[in-house]
Design a binder for this molecule. Structure first.
Ligand code: GUN
Length: 275
């Protein structure tokens, strides 16, 4: 079993971001917005802020109280949309229940939408037009490329249909000429579907979702899950899958670093397009 570590592949994305940064006449500025103190969000936002500074971007984290109104959040976004010194805007999800995430996403200027969640970017992705790509799916492709995992013609099965991972990843895999299946919680005979996969992606958010009998021997298994279980970080793939898979991403240290690295690259790309 080959362990598909994210760090080396993430480093080449970061290197690309640093090189492009050198050719810009200004320093791109990433603005991350967080509401409340959800521990996972606090930790993710800290990682993003640290990495941005590390590679030489400007980074500002805006922390709003959990009970802030949707109107307050939209005012901040409108302000950042107008701000010439804001090249990337990211609102950390999930948001508190009283706020409609889709309205928030649609308020962000698509040119500054470094998450690639705005309908304009989503539409362009599906049309195969140049767009800011969602960080985790784009990171997954970069990881596959780094490890020379062939996608063209392969059966790719994605378990999970979220707007953040499953759906955009399907579009990207399709653009690489893979044969793509999206499975989800209502899929009948799930293991029959997953056993067809040459490349199996788990993006559900539930530990132990993928067990060894669901995996074709030798398949590439990409674990996007990040779950806290008894104080430890685990993915969606059961540990025993190591015995069956040909290659597997670790959690932590697999897809996670790719997401953050791709956010840095997206911030530089967004800045380039706003020159
Ligand atoms: N929460 C979990 N993943 C993500 C992501 O990629 N972007 C944002 N904004 N929030 C998230």
């Amino acid at each position: 079993m080959i362990e598909l570590r994210g760090a080396p592949a993430a480093e080449s994305l970061l290197q690309q971001a640093r090189e492009r940064l050198q050719n810009l006449p200004f320093v791109p500025h990433l603005h991350v917005v967080r509401l409340g103190e959800d521990p996972a969000s606090v930790s993710y936002v800290r990682l993003k802020d640290r990495k941005a500074r590390e590679i030489g971007l400007k980074s500002t984290v805006h922390v709003l109280p959990e009970e802030s109104s949707q109107a307050d959040l939209l005012v901040l976004i409108e302000h950042l949309n107008q701000d010439q010194d804001a090249h990337g805007i990211l609102v950390q999800l999930p948001l508190p229940r009283h706020i409609d995430a889709q309205t928030v996403i649609e308020t962000i200027n698509p040119l500054k939408d470094v998450d690639g969640f705005h309908p304009e970017n989503v539409g362009k992705l599906w049309l195969g037009q140049e767009a800011l790509l969602p960080c985790t799916p784009a990171g997954i492709l970069a990881l596959c490329d780094h490890h020379q995992i062939q996608l063209s013609g392969k059966q790719v099965v994605i378990v999970g249909r979220s707007n953040i991972v499953g759906k955009p990843l399907a579009a990207l895999m399709l653009s690489r000429d893979a044969t793509v299946t999206i499975a989800h919680s209502r899929t009948l005979n799930l293991s029959e579907v997953t056993r067809r996969a040459d490349v199996l992606v788990a993006a559900v958010g539930r530990p132990g979702t993928i067990t060894p009998e669901m995996v074709k021997p030798g398949a590439v298994v990409l674990d996007v899950g990040v779950n806290r279980l008894e104080g430890k970080l685990v993915g969606d793939v059961a540990p025993e899958v190591q015995e069956v898979a040909g290659a597997l991403t670790p959690v932590p240290g697999g897809i996670g670093p790719m997401t953050v690295a791709n956010l840095m690259l997206n911030t530089v790309l967004a800045a380039e397009r706003q020159r």
